[in-house]
Design a protein around this ligand. Structure first.
Ligand code: 5GP
Ligand code: ZN
Length: 114
């Protein structure tokens, strides 16, 4: 079994509330939501952080953002507004080292984010 939490979710070894899935990516609700809508979008392939994508991953990166757009629509926050966040590395607050895009919505977000 993979030692990576999100690989375990992608492989169905760990439960998560799935929002969307296709051959390349998976979207599931965050276990500790920071907003009424808080969904994580991950590539199924293990990539530890944004730093580790390759030059030929442009299409996959675009697909992750397209999926965020669909998630926002399905969760009903596309028009009211939502935030997409990728924390990269310790100082940015990354705690799970399988790259993921947070989709946060359903409340007013603050800026600067802190
Ligand atoms: P990071 O801090 O790395 O940007 O975000 C990691 C996110 O993963 C956190 O928001 C955390 O709540 C979420 N998370 C951690 N473990 C699990 C889990 O087992 N299941 C789900 N659904 N989310 C998780
Ligand atoms: Zn992984």
């Amino acid at each position: 079994m993979s030692t990576c939490l999100f690989c375990q979710i992608a492989e169905g070894q760990l439960n998560a509330k799935k929002v969307f899935e296709d051959d390349r990516c998976l979207a599931f609700d965050d276990v500790n939501p920071q907003a009424p809508v808080h969904t994580l979008v991950i590539p199924k392939r293990h990539v530890s952080s944004l730093n580790e994508f390759q030059a030929n991953d442009t299409e996959l990166l675009g697909h992750l953002l397209q999926t965020c757009r669909q998630v926002a629509k399905e969760k009903g926050v596309a028009d009211s507004g939502y935030r997409t966040v990728i924390n990269t590395g310790h100082e940015a607050g990354q705690t799970v080292f399988h790259v993921h895009v947070h989709v946060l919505g359903g409340r007013t977000c603050q800026w600067p984010p802190g």
